[in-house]
Design a protein around this ligand. Structure first.
Ligand SMILES: [Ca+2]
Ligand SMILES: [Ca+2]
Ligand SMILES: [Cu+2]
Length: 216
């Protein structure tokens, strides 16, 4: 889209896109127990031809007896000294397994899998993995409350959520980490163009870098 769009609207747009792509194979049985733990590797979303895009990581999503969900993310090789938007992506409601973008995800063939091009694979934003405050999709791009990678590009994140959609979908979500310094200048800028979510954000700040989840 070419217009500047309020965050709440872009989140809503992403949500409506998400229901279209429930395309993946049978899900595992949803655990009936109150405690379950899901560990995934986080793998690069972009082709190796995208500079500075080949990070890696791990994530663990654990449902706690208290009815809360703990999410841990550890990643290496991210853009250093920069915040990285992170979310639980999926389809809210009855268990629907999505997955991570594959090589067909770059629909327009420009060499980048944008956040919107990934939605048919990983679904919409269910939970924003912020460090403090609101965790709803409306905080999706609030980089002031996102985890920051250190000078080596290492990021460590842990937070416990009481949000309903995080709890309801803990077994089927994808963890997606965003933000790639494509031109290597040490900041998110517009040289590679605007975000697929709107012109207010650089592509560099919203492009998915890592994804992990059930259907990997
Ligand atoms: Ca593309
Ligand atoms: Ca840059
Ligand atoms: Cu995301």
């Amino acid at each position: 889209m070419k217009v500047r769009t309020p965050l709440a609207l872009t989140a809503a747009a992403a949500l409506s896109l998400g229901t279209a792509g429930a395309a993946f194979a049978a899900h595992d049985d949803n655990p009936s127990a109150k405690v379950a733990s899901y560990s995934y590797s986080l793998d690069p979303v972009q082709a190796p031809t995208v500079p500075n895009s080949q990070a890696n990581g791990t994530t663990r999503i654990k449902t706690l007896p208290s009815g809360k969900v703990q999410v841990k993310v550890e990643a290496w090789g991210l853009m250093p000294n920069a915040p990285h938007a992170m979310h639980l992506h999926g389809v809210d409601g009855p268990a629907t397994d999505m997955g991570c973008p594959d090589s067909d995800a770059d629909v327009n063939g420009d060499g980048y899998v944008t956040v919107v091009e990934g939605v048919p694979y990983y679904g919409s934003i269910l939970t924003s993995l912020t460090t403090t405050g609101d965790v709803s999709p409306s905080s999706a791009l609030d980089l002031t409350r996102m985890a920051v990678a250190d000078e080596n590009g290492y990021l460590s994140y842990s937070r416990t959520f009481s949000q309903d959609s995080a709890m309801a979908n803990a077994g089927t979500v994808q963890v997606v980490v965003h933000g790639i310094d494509i031109n290597g200048n040490g900041e998110y800028d517009f040289e590679a163009g605007p975000s697929s979510l709107g012109n207010a954000f650089p592509l560099e700040a919203t492009i998915p870098v890592l994804c992990g989840g059930i259907a990997n």
